[in-house]
Design a protein around this ligand. Structure first.
Ligand SMILES: *Cc1c(COP(=O)(O)O)cnc(C)c1O
Length: 380
């Protein structure tokens, strides 16, 4: 969430400079007119920061998921497994390729349940997409083991957890592909934008070609003279977005540090309340700490907490306010209900959960006060 809170004159200055250095060009080509290739630089800086083998920037996180699925050869009739607490983009990307989304339930991490994953793999399963929802990594050790055992590749949707770590490594770099989003609501933002991080350089060719009309972008060969082998699309990132992204990336460490202070200021009081259960965080994880989620035991308690949040001018993040966009229960306009048997269970769990956003424009003291107020009201 906080990226947009830290957009300021540094991003503005970088954008102004772009106009002095050749203007707003494509991410590729026009070598004589330009001094810089900002999208390509942003990709390089992400490789360094996240320790990724290769990174490709695209126009959105949704497009990134789709390109990664193309990279894995997912096509009509295939099945791709993802989870019931999610953002609809993941399911849309699967659906858009004519593949069938298989939506399984969540555990107390609110992410993909490994047990259900191993029970849901079938002969048509071509990929698994666990989603690190609201800053907390999924149980990746278990999920990766299941993928390996069944020889099914995994795409990590890390859109909501850019900067979070699992066992010392950044999420998005643990599996075949990792997906980032830089839309307005994410940990760092370029307004709109996304990236595919890849573990295996060999797999990148298909993804790269797909995001750019099938072009191979061969050095020294004029664009258009290359042989296009497969249909692509235009999912390229704009230079404008990359200029902003490079500045934002430099702020990510600070964003995470500041998140963490506020998160623990709030958590220290909530920890002492027996009647709520904090979201489970898998072992050896360092979340991005931009949201704190807990479950309440009844509707009355939920209302009390929501009133406190409202009085202190804190909203909620997605739960419960944007549950329709995040719970598969509501996606019956394009999903078959049978596909979605976990949806009601997930709905119940999410309906009794409250997500408190960690905002950098609110002070650590404000989060301390918020925690104490909740404890005084519902604690025992
Ligand atoms: C934001 C998001 C996406 C895709 O985001 P875009 O808005 O298309 O960049 C995908 N998955 C999850 C979980 C998200 O939160």
């Amino acid at each position: 969430m906080p990226g947009y809170e830290y957009i300021n004159k540094q991003e503005k200055k970088a954008l102004m400079k772009l106009f002095d250095e050749g203007g707003v060009l494509f991410a590729h080509g026009f070598d004589a007119m330009r001094k810089k290739y900002h999208v390509r630089e942003f990709e390089q800086q992400m490789n360094n920061f996240f320790n990724s083998n290769s990174t490709l920037c695209v126009s959105s996180g949704t497009a990134a998921i789709k390109c990664a699925l193309v990279g894995l050869g997912v096509k009509r009739g295939d099945e791709v497994i993802t989870q019931s607490f999610n953002f609809i983009a993941t399911v849309e990307a699967i659906y858009d390729l004519g593949a069938k989304p298989i939506i399984i339930g969540i555990d107390n991490t609110l992410n993909m349940c490994p047990k259900q994953l191993s029970e849901s793999i079938g002969p048509k399963t071509k990929a698994i997409i666990p989603v690190h929802m609201l800053g907390v990594p999924a149980k990746m050790k278990e999920i990766i083991a299941i993928g390996k055992k069944n020889k099914i590749p995994i795409i990590e949707d890390a859109c909501e957890a850019v900067g979070a770590k699992y066992d010392g490594r950044f999420v998005g770099t643990l599996c075949q592909y990792g997906i980032f989003s830089f839309d307005f609501g994410k940990n760092i933002t370029t307004g709109e934008g996304g990236a595919i991080l890849s573990k295996n350089k060999r797999l990148d060719k298909k993804v790269r070609e797909h995001h750019d009309h099938g072009h191979k972008n061969i050095k020294g060969l004029a664009r258009g003279l290359d042989r296009v082998d497969s249909p692509g699309f235009n999912y390229r990132m704009s230079e404008l977005n990359a200029v902003v992204g490079k500045v934002q990336l430099k702020k990510l460490n600070r964003i995470m540090r500041e998140n963490k202070k506020r998160y623990f200021a709030l958590e220290s009081s909530l920890n002492e309340i027996n009647s709520i259960s904090l979201r489970e965080i898998p072992q050896k994880c360092e979340p991005s700490f931009d949201t704190l989620i807990f479950e309440v035991k009844d509707n009355k308690t939920k209302q009390k907490v929501l009133n406190i949040l409202n009085n202190q001018k804190f909203g909620t993040k997605n739960l419960p306010d944007a549950i329709r966009w995040h719970c598969s229960y509501y996606w019956d306009y394009f999903l078959d209900k049978r596909n979605n048997k976990q949806a009601e269970k997930t709905l119940l769990k999410l309906n009794s959960s409250i997500a408190i956003p960690i905002l950098l424009n609110r002070t650590i003291t404000e989060y301390k006060i918020l925690g104490r107020s909740i404890k005084n009201e519902i604690g025992c």
